[in-house]
Design a protein around this ligand. Structure first.
Ligand code: ASP
Ligand code: MG
Length: 446
């Protein structure tokens, strides 16, 4: 058994759904379970419709109805009645919101659930008409039980048993289950959502809980890329990464799965394959536990960057060796609810980075009793994700390049996981640095 997840752009219209059908058909012997997102931008459109009802008392479903009805017509699917009933329910919900002018997180989850509920019914009907024994399921029929943290729900432990209990019998009965991503129900029976982009997690959860051979995540890019294609011309997809590397990449701005989505598969060692539904031939990126020696790993897997970072340099005015300095620095930031990203320290100073543009006046004031604080905006973090065992080589080559192009490195930190080396440069130098490093690590003879 395998799990195949198709995101919104892969099921955006009739043509894309036909294409999904052809991809699934070629792998039908592997016994796939499908997990789908809402069609195109439907989730956003539902949220907009909810806000319109809330703020202006208007009920507006035209855009959403048009997309789904045109798709059904184009694909000649016998689901008009079923879908019309769902739209009736949606209209009633929006009327309720418009009437009472209230939209709680719980109601908002109910509202956005319509997107996935529609997409699985339409896609399953198409697969059926294309000769496959497909059946649409809502996540809660397939054991997706979550807590009640609406908008960002976590799956309950029970789901690990509930999901295979529901999925495996379908597979054994030769059914091709088409399951809603993104949504679940809590123990009171209220619909919940797993956070934006949450259908990746739905797919990895099914794959891990059912001990599937692999989970394929079909997107609109060729997999994880060696760098941001807007910055570097000669990027190419990374063939293999470990879960840890993929998680670091996701944290540092690469277009990958959300780290949360990888968690279930990390537990069971289920491989995740990121594929491009617009370019089936491309091998994609395989994320798995440990790489076998046959897949000889290069020193660097990928380079990412994040702009608009603030660097804060804090130099202690206390005597050397005094304790409590770092504790005081960090608790001051915590008191002001400021989240710190990267940190580098020496005996008497600490440098740290902040991602968001915070107002630091208060922090500066509090810290001025113990330290001199300098705030430098307009910085960028460049992150190199690579092979732990070759970190000295990576550092040497990186700094040689920075020296060659005359870019001063302003701070450096190597994460505890050691797969990530991050350093700070000026915002304006980001492209130049990333391009030069890409050339060094990916475009020359290695
Ligand atoms: N449809 C949801 C969203 O757009 C979930 C997903 O696509 O993963 O966030
Ligand atoms: Mg989506």
């Amino acid at each position: 058994m395998i799990v195949m997840k198709f995101g919104g752009s892969s099921v955006a219209n009739a043509e894309r759904i036909r294409h999904v059908g052809s991809i699934v058909k070629t792998q039908i012997q592997k016994k796939p379970v499908l997990v789908l997102s809402a069609m195109g931008d439907t989730t956003d459109h539902l949220l907009e419709a909810g806000n319109l009802a809330l703020k202006e008392g208007k009920v507006e479903t035209k855009l959403i109805e048009k997309l789904h009805n045109e798709t059904i017509k184009d694909l000649k699917l016998p689901v008009q009645r079923e879908v019309a009933e769902i739209f009736d329910e949606l209209t009633r919900l929006l009327s309720g919101i418009a009437l009472i002018r209230d939209l709680t997180p719980r109601t908002r989850d109910f509202l956005v659930s319509f997107g996935e509920r529609l997409s699985v019914r339409i896609t399953a009907a198409h697969l059926k008409s294309a000769g496959m024994n497909a059946r649409a399921f809502d996540a809660w029929e397939m054991g997706f039980l979550s807590d009640s943290n609406h908008g960002q729900a976590e799956l309950q432990k029970e789901s690990w048993d509930l999901i295979p209990g529901k999925i495996i019998p379908q597979i054994k009965g030769n059914v091709l289950p088409v399951v809603t991503g993104f949504i679940a129900k809590d123990e009171n029976g209220s619909i919940t959502t797993l956070g934006r982009g949450g259908s990746d997690l739905s797919a990895t959860m099914i794959a891990a809980a059912c001990r599937a051979e692999e989970v394929q995540v079909w997107k609109d890019v060729d997999g994880i890329l060696t760098a941001d294609p807007r910055m570097v011309k000669n990027v190419h997809p990374v063939q293999y990464v470990t879960y840890d590397e993929a998680a670091e990449l996701a944290y540092f701005g690469a277009q990958v799965l959300h780290p949360r989505a990888m968690r279930p598969c990390m537990k069971t060692g289920t491989p995740v394959l990121v594929k491009n539904s617009y370019n089936i031939e491309a091998p994609g990126t395989r994320i798995e536990q440990a790489l076998t020696s046959a897949k000889k790993s290069p020193p660097v897997r990928a380079i990412t960057s994040k702009k608009n970072v603030t660097l804060v340099d804090i130099v202690s005015t206390r005597m050397l060796g005094q304790y409590g300095f770092l504790a005081e620095v960090f608790s001051t930031f915590a008191k002001h609810s400021i989240s710190i990203d990267m940190v580098a320290t020496s005996e008497v100073s600490v440098s740290l980075t902040l991602e968001t543009a915070y107002d630091l006046a208060e922090v500066k004031k509090s810290l001025s009793k113990i330290a001199n604080v300098e705030v430098k905006t307009g910085r960028a973090i460049v992150s190199i994700i690579g092979n732990v065992k070759r970190s000295s080589e990576i550092l040497a080559r990186t700094f040689r390049i920075c020296q060659l192009i005359g870019v001063p490195v302003q701070m450096i930190s190597q994460g505890a996981s050691k797969v990530n080396i991050g350093f700070i440069v000026a915002d304006t130098e980001t492209e130049e640095v990333v391009k030069a490093l890409h050339l060094e690590f990916f475009e020359g003879a290695d």
